[in-house]
Every structure is written in structure tokens, then in C-alpha cells.
Design a protein around this ligand. Sequence first.
Ligand code: ADP
Ligand code: MG
Length: 399
Amino acid sequence: MDEPRFELAWTREEGAERAALGFRRTFGTDPVGVWAAPGRVNIIGEHTDYNQGLCAPIALPHCVYAAVAPSDDDTVRLSSAQLAEGELWQIPMDEVRPGNVSGWGAYVAGTIWGMRQRLMPAPAVTAYVDSCVPFGAGLSSSAALSCAFAVAEAALAGVPDSAGLRIRLVDAACDAENQIVGAPTGGLDQSASLRSARAHVLILDFLNSVARQVPFNLASARLELLVIDTKAPHQLNDGQYGSRRASCEAAARKLGVASLREVDDLDAAMRILGPDSVEGKRARHVITEIARTKEFEQIARQGCWEELGRLFQESHNSLRYDYEVTVPELDVAVESALATGAHAARMTGGGFGGSVIAVVPVERLQRVANGVSEAFAQAGFAPPAFLIGTPSAPAARVR
Ligand code: ADP
Ligand code: MG
């Protein structure tokens, strides 16, 4: 077995320098500025966003960096360090509409399109992207990409930064993903990237769009959040996500409520839906997960971290048996992390691959990383990667 690989976050200065250098190499001029937006992990509250529920993400220290200059012909021109060197992705903005844009630039052109649809000024840009957010790991590199451009666009257009602006940028970045890329995601990722705060967890309530920043200071208890990128292919676009969403909507209809958020009697709901039916199982996950997220907020406010073990276990099992979105890599990562010294572990993100989070005493980080890597080798899985999930700052200008 090879040494476990830790994906280190760049400092914001380092990220800014890389993106600015790439811009100069590619376009022969200097960018007007560099903007960064973080990936995220959700601490708890999975598949609750589209059920008007709650979730609890933090921003990772890992960011997408965009070196940007306005373009003078309303065409978007992009290059990325993560793709073939020198290859240009481009589109005139008048060709951007649902169903007409493919490739990674859809996240960028889609965000500009979304802002314009919402009557916000948003110039077309020339840009170079570099990133230390692993992509396809369920850590939301896609939203980080959109959100780096959302803040860049607002700044280039001279719109002053504010909490209100950021709520509108979340919506525009969601438009990019929902309407131009065509992924029916629910707003968690973009909110985390734009509205988080350093050393805090963001409690997001989708019923009323309220966001509360609650101190999340594991470090004072000598704990770290270990993120395990399982490398299992993360596939939300094969219909599984849509079918989960459809089951929730069908369950809500049968229960006579606008969304599963409104259900307060689980037993009564199960009597109507049937506890073993697909809709019953999906609804039970959502209803109990919303309750767990409310409980997590109290735990975070009080710093009772010893409660996280039980809460994470209940959440993981609910996603495994009721929502049926785990894969063997996620289950093995959770089990091996707990077996080698993690206090708490669960899958995070949409599932079907992606990442696991574990709360680990600082002195056991290496042991847990070794234990998970060994369990993966034994199971015949590709080696996982590890990140330290320090709750970090939201999207911002870095140069
Ligand atoms: P996740 O958001 O969990 O990382 P997604 O499949 O939603 O996974 O998004 C990954 C996609 O986002 C990539 O396939 C690519 O289109 C785009 N993307 C993310 N980061 C970059 C980057 N640095 N350069 C180019 N494209 C990127
Ligand atoms: Mg994504």
C-alpha cells in the first residue's frame, strides 16, 4: 500500500499567483483581478435542500481561482490548468441558452447568463482557471467554478459586495447549473461557496432562505474534520438524483403537504406511505435527516462533539438503507475510519460515490488515513485521497 495522499489546499496568495501566471501565459496580458471560491463539505443534512429542509455546509480551504478580464466582443473565452494546456473554450454570449451549451465553460457562461436573466450587469470575460478542489469528488468544484465567476462579475460591474448581493449570486449560479449545464441541484453548494464564514458552519434553511453562521470549532477540542475522497465515480446525471427528487415530491403529494419539511408526525406519515415502500423509505430519510440537522445546530452551538458519533451514524445508515445512495466505497470508508479511531463518520454530498467526512482526534489523523487506505486496498478499490476540512472563508477577490 502506498502512503496515503493528502490533497493540500493552496494559500490564497499561491492560488492567485498560479491563476495570474496562467492568464499571462495563455492570453499574453495581465488579468484585471483574481477571484477565488471554495468547494464545500456538508456536515449533515443530505438531500434536504430540495425538500425545503435544512443543511449544514462548511467552505473548504480548497478553492477554484479565476484570473479574469472583461472581453470587448461579448464572447466568453476560457482556459483551465486542469484541462489541456492552451486549449480554449469559447462562446459568444448571444448563443448561451438552455440546451445550447456543452463542456465545462457552461458553468461560467451559465452564471453570466443567469445574472443577466436576473437583470444584474455581467460582462463577458476572458479568464484562466486553476484549482485545488478535486473534481467529481462530491466537494462541489462545479459550484466553486460558477461562484468564482459570480463574485468576479459583480466586482467587474462595480456592484458593491453585500449579503443581499450574495443571495442573488447564489440564484444566478444555480441557474447556470440547473438551466445551462442541466443538473437539477438544489442551492446548497452555491450557498456554501458564497455565504459561509471562516471557522463557522452555515445552517441553511431552504424553507425561508435564512442562513445562520454557527461557530464550528473542532480544533479547540483537538479534533479535525478529515475528508476522504473515495474516488468512486460520482454520477448524479444518470437519473438517480432526479428519481429521488421525484419520490419525495410524490410522497409529499400523498401526505397532502407542500414539501416533506412540513411533516411533523413521522409515524402517521409512515402509516400513509407504508414504511417499506420506496416513497416511505425516501420520505423517512428526509424527515429524520431534517430533525438530525436541527439537532446538529444545537450540538454545534454547545460544542458537545461527543454527540456527533451517534448523529453521523444515524445519518449514514439512513442514506444507506432508506435513501439508498451509498456505494461500497462510502460504506467501507466510514467503517474503516471508525474502526481505526475516528469519533464520527458519514458520507457527505449527494452519494453514488464522492466523499466521506470523519471527525478525528488530531493525533490519530495519520492512523485513520492509513486504516482507510488499507481497507480500500484490501477491498480492491482505487486508493482514496484525504483533505483536511478546516471551515474556511467564502468566495472573494484575492488579487
Ligand atoms: P463536483 O462538483 O462534485 O466536483 P461535478 O461533476 O458537479 O462534480 O462538477 C465537475 C465539473 O466541473 C467538471 O467536469 C468540469 O466541467 C467542471 N470543473 C470543475 N473544476 C474545474 C476546473 N478547475 N477546470 C475546468 N472545469 C472544472
Ligand atoms: Mg457539482
